[in-house]
Write a protein that binds this ligand. Structure first.
Ligand code: PMP
Length: 353
């Protein structure tokens, strides 16, 4: 072993879902099947490449202001980053510096563990109950901070706001981050609690309901004091996280509320119809309120079905990790994509019998 090896920060990286470069039905990374708002296309068409010689606005003002308007908060309550992964990573770095472990669920977004390891943050996972629900009392003991997604991923289960508030209220000495990547498909956001709790940060993304995963835009909404701490960390890391294109396109997307709401309506409608189809095919699943369904089939191995679907050029997500070995996570695509999925599943079932 080389002497320098011992001084290298070694991490076990997060494994993102596959991004196949051939044409497939892609139901594996919770992207939105519909295009972004028409204003985004227009902004891209009107963009002047000549402006790229300039650095982007480090304050990201145009995007921050658009989000502040949309959520009726002040611009100093908004922090933006390169996808919510960037925002969450900054939050871990900035707010989780206790010797006590941070808490998050055992079955959840697997990136939390990776950031905790990367930043040397001690953590403890709190087990979801047998129905994959967060048990709020598990978050009462003293800890170094709390983070959970709502709806949780990959279960899709939405925790009612009074229970979210209960967790925040029991943890007022630490920062509580509610990762709301999928909340637009679900229910009330914890954003309505930010004036009441100075320890709360709500993180959201443009990758799901706003159909802009490829643009990489995420944001946090909180009180001005915590947002300032986040910006201080950002300026100590990379002042120009947001590129010009993302700033302009992000702002255009936020301005189109009608398109946003219509897109969400379509996904929810397809999700609820897909649940009925899956039930008819014998699947069991949680009552997901996100843009994906977390399902298992009592007769078939998840891994085998996952592999078969791949041969049919249909990609879903499979982890094979503890407690969820038999589950597949299926992103809600268009109705046509879902029909192709169900046809493939039917073919699999026929081949097995
Ligand atoms: N949080 C959760 C719970 C997620 O599932 C994802 C998507 N992988 C993210 C955050 C990050 O999404 P993005 O970086 O695209 O905003």
């Amino acid at each position: 072993m080389k002497a320098f090896e011992k001084n290298i920060r070694k991490v076990e990286p997060y494994v993102p879902g596959e991004q196949p470069q051939e044409r497939v039905i892609k139901l594996n990374t919770n992207e939105n099947p519909y295009p972004p708002a028409p204003g985004v296309t227009k902004a891209l068409e009107e963009m002047d490449a000549g402006n790229l010689r300039l650095y982007p606005d480090p304050t990201a003002e145009v995007l921050v202001n658009a989000l502040a308007d949309f959520y009726h908060v002040n611009p100093d309550q908004v922090f933006v980053g390169v996808g919510s992964d960037d925002v969450l990573s900054m939050c871990f770095l900035t707010f989780f510096n206790s010797e006590k472990p941070i808490y998050f669920p055992d079955v959840t977004y697997s990136f939390y563990k990776v950031w905790a390891d990367l930043y040397r943050i001690p953590y403890e996972c709190q087990a979801l109950d047998e129905n994959f629900r967060i048990v709020k009392e598990d978050y009462y003991p003293e800890n170094g901070g709390v983070i959970f997604p709502n709806p949780n991923a990959p279960t899709g289960i939405y925790l009612e706001l009074d229970q979210v508030e209960d967790i925040i209220a029991h943890n007022q000495d630490v920062i509580v981050i509610v990762d709301e990547a999928y909340v637009d498909f679900a229910g009330r956001s914890a954003m309505e609690l930010i004036d009441r709790y100075d320890n709360l940060i709500v993180v959201q993304t443009f990758s799901k309901a706003r159909s802009m995963a490829g643009m990489r835009v995420g944001y946090a909404i909180s009180n001005p004091a915590l947002i300032k701490y986040l910006n201080d960390a950002k300026y100590s890391f990379n002042s120009y996280t947001m590129n010009q294109t993302s700033l302009v396109c992000g702002a255009r997307a936020v301005e189109d509320r009608v398109y946003f709401e219509e897109g969400i309506r379509k996904i929810i409608e397809t999700r609820e119809w897909a649940k009925k189809e899956l039930a008819d095919l014998g699947f069991e699943f949680t009552d997901s309120k996100a843009n994906f369904i977390f399902a298992k089939h009592p007769k078939y191995e998840a891994k085998d079905l996952f592999e078969f679907l791949k041969t049919q050029k249909i990609y879903v997500r499979f982890w094979g990790s503890r407690r969820i070995e038999q589950y597949l996570r299926i992103t809600v695509g268009t109705r046509e994509e879902m029909e192709a999925l169900f046809a493939a599943v039917r073919k699999y079932i026929e081949e097995q019998s």
